[in-house]
Ligand binder design. Structure first.
Ligand code: FES
Length: 117
């Protein structure tokens, strides 16, 4: 059993500017990762909820790609405000932030993931 209640994986993958897939690093991933760490700490989640830097999550078109476990909820974040909403609603209230979910049309490898219809 994990000592953490939740893990938040934030893709910070960087690709060359010439790569047509783009990457989360170019969409502000490091800023969002740092913000998660800072706010989780400030709100008393240190040791309970861990924000981890991740490599490519294969959801590049939706970057910054973030997945929260154990719920396996996939989010597409654009800003620190989006990250704060995930902390306030998902982490603290147990609610899925539906307007930030990666759409169901995404070719997801697992049917256990939560997506927008
Ligand atoms: S570069 Fe972030 S999901 Fe692929």
């Amino acid at each position: 059993m994990s000592k953490y209640k939740q893990h938040i994986f934030i893709c910070t993958n960087k690709r060359p500017d010439t790569d047509e897939r783009g990457c989360c690093a170019d969409k502000g991933a490091s800023t969002i990762r740092d913000y998660f760490k800072k706010i989780l700490y400030a709100r008393g989640h240190k040791g309970k909820v861990r924000a981890n830097q991740a490599g490519c999550l294969d959801a590049c078109a939706f970057g910054v790609a973030v997945v929260v476990y154990p719920e396996a909820t996939w989010y597409s974040l654009q800003s620190e405000a989006d990250a704060l909403e995930v902390i306030e609603k998902h982490v603290e209230q147990g609610e899925i932030v539906t307007h930030l979910l990666i759409p169901r049309s995404w070719a997801c490898p697992s049917n256990t993931l939560k997506h927008v219809e």
